[in-house]
Each structure stands twice: as structure tokens, then as C-alpha cells.
Design a protein. Structure first.
Ligand code: 15L
Length: 269
């Protein structure tokens, strides 16, 4: 593989983890964000740009081996903010990749694309059981992201891997995270697998660690080569002591999107 991986949203929570971990897996990075990246790492290229800026993204994509697209709004906001950053931004990134001949794009989708999907009565929830039940405008933007990825894969032959990320955090801080946590090293492993998998075509996979209480099927992610190393259960005793055993009938635990499905997440338009 020649050329760097263009990493958008590189200064953010997941971007910062990937900037630490991907170079150790052999990936050179071109790190892009709207804010300057302060802690320069050896060999890393830096670009300050907005993912909706077509000219800047065309330049940033030039010569890249792949794109990992994390940039955008990472939670609920107004429709204007979410649709501009996440839908227009994803289309701009995919178009820049296509025009530059970049063969693969990894998209940071989210569990909130399917947030109103209920916990199945038995067995894990497969990706195909959780199609398009967004819980917020943010979730709608992730459905659109996946749809744009599908379009660019079918129409232009790009490999596009959508990661429906659970809770990417240093450690679980709520009992829901005992099911949804994606640890930092598993963030790196998942993206590395999405970059390396031979000819994935269009794929949508859940992005969580090997959590004992997890209920989202990891077989599609494992088929890409993802081998999760962490399990949130290590934090269960402390979290249950602090917050009580989770009530699986509570919407926070009974729906994919957890608290994002509650009335307090009604958006301001
Ligand atoms: C997400 O997609 C958000 O970016 C993050 O802030 C969390 O809310 C996470 O999902 C989650 O579901 O825990």
C-alpha cells in the first residue's frame, strides 16, 4: 500500500486514539481536522480543513491509499448542523476519494443509525436486523452516511466499510456501556481490519469490544479480520455497585440507541 491514510476528524476522541495506534500497525497518516493538530508525531502529515470544503478535500485525498472518515458532529444537534457536517461532509469526502482514485473509505457510522431497534428476544442482533431505525437527527445522518457509502460502492466500485460504533471511550462509565463499549485498542484493531480486509466491497459492521453483555453480532466485523481484545465486564462490579444491575426492560438497555431514544433527546430544529 502506498500513500498515507487520510484521517478526517483526527483531533477528535477516536481520531486521537487512531493517531496513536494506526502508525504502529504500519499506516502512515495524513491527519485532517478543522482545528490544528498540536502534538505532531513523526512522519504524520497535517491538514487543517473542513470536510465540506470540496477543494480542500480534493487536495487532501490526492495520493491517499485510503480514507478513514470520522469528521463531523458526534452527537445530537440541530438539523442544519448535523445535515451539513455529516451528510454534506460524507458526500464531499466520498466524492473527493472517488475523483482522486482512492480505492477504500472507512466511514464512522454509529449505533444511532439503528437506535430504535429493540433488543432481540434471543440471540445477538445482526446488522441486517438493524436497518435504518435512527433515534435522532444524528442517527438519520448516519443512515445517510451508510446510504452514500452504498451508492459509491455500487456505482463507482469503491470499497466502503461502515463501522456502527458503540461507545468509544477510554473506559465504560455507565451500565449501558457494559454492552456497547469499544475500547481504545479495539478502535485501532477495528479500523486496521477495515483498512486491510481484502476486497470488502460494501460492508456494515458493529463496532464494539468482546463484551460479555454485548448483544450486537460481531461476526461481520470478525469476517473483516477484527479480533477484539477487551471486555467491558472488567468494569461491571464497580459500575453495578454504583448504579445497580441494569434493568433490561428499560429503554436505555432494551434499544440499540439507549438514552438517545428517550424524549429528552427531542432535537431543537
Ligand atoms: C455515538 O455515536 C456518539 O458519538 C457518542 O457520543 C455516544 O453517544 C455513543 O454513540 C453511544 O451510543 O454511546
Amino acid at each position: 500500500m502506498s500513500g498515507p491514510v487520510l484521517l478526517t476528524g483526527a483531533a477528535g476522541r477516536i481520531g486521537t486514539v487512531l493517531r496513536g495506534g494506526l502508525p504502529e500497525r504500519g499506516w502512515a497518516l495524513r491527519s485532517l481536522d478543522v482545528v490544528p493538530i498540536v502534538d505532531a508525531r513523526p512522519g504524520e502529515e497535517h491538514v487543517v480543513a473542513d470536510v465540506t470544503d470540496r477543494a480542500a478535500m480534493a487536495e487532501a485525498a490526492s495520493g491517499a491509499a485510503a480514507v478513514v472518515h470520522l469528521g463531523g458532529v458526534s452527537g445530537e444537534s440541530t438539523w442544519a448542523a448535523v445535515s451539513h457536517a455529516n451528510i454534506d461532509g460524507t458526500q464531499c469526502v466520498l466524492e473527493a476519494a472517488r475523483r482522486a482514485g482512492v480505492p477504500r473509505v472507512v466511514l464512522a457510522s454509529s449505533n444511532h443509525a439503528t437506535g430504535f431497534t429493540p433488543r432481540p428476544a434471543s440471540g445477538p442482533l445482526r446488522e441486517e436486523d438493524g436497518l435504518a431505525r435512527p433515534d435522532t437527527f444524528y442517527g438519520v445522518s448516519k443512515v445517510a452516511m451508510e446510504a452514500l457509502g452504498s451508492l459509491y460502492a455500487d456505482r463507482y466500485g469503491l470499497d466502503v466499510v461502515c463501522l456502527r460504533i458503540g461507545t468509544a471511550a477510554a473506559e465504560p462509565t455507565a451500565t449501558r456501556h457494559l454492552a456497547t463499549w469499544l475500547s481504545p485498542r479495539d478502535q485501532v484493531s477495528l479500523v486496521d481490519a477495515a483498512l486491510r480486509a481484502p476486497s470488502p466491497g460494501f460492508a456494515v459492521v458493529w463496532g464494539v469490544s468482546a463484551n460479555t453483555r454485548g448483544w450486537w453480532d460481531l461476526s461481520a466485523a470478525r469476517a473483516l479480520g477484527y479480533e477484539p481484545a477487551d471486555d467491558a465486564e472488567e468494569y461491571a462490579a464497580a459500575l453495578v455497585a454504583a448504579h445497580g444491575e441494569p434493568d433490561l426492560a428499560d429503554p436505555v438497555h432494551a434499544r440499540v440507541g439507549g438514552e438517545f431514544t428517550l424524549p429528552e433527546y427531542d432535537a431543537e430544529v
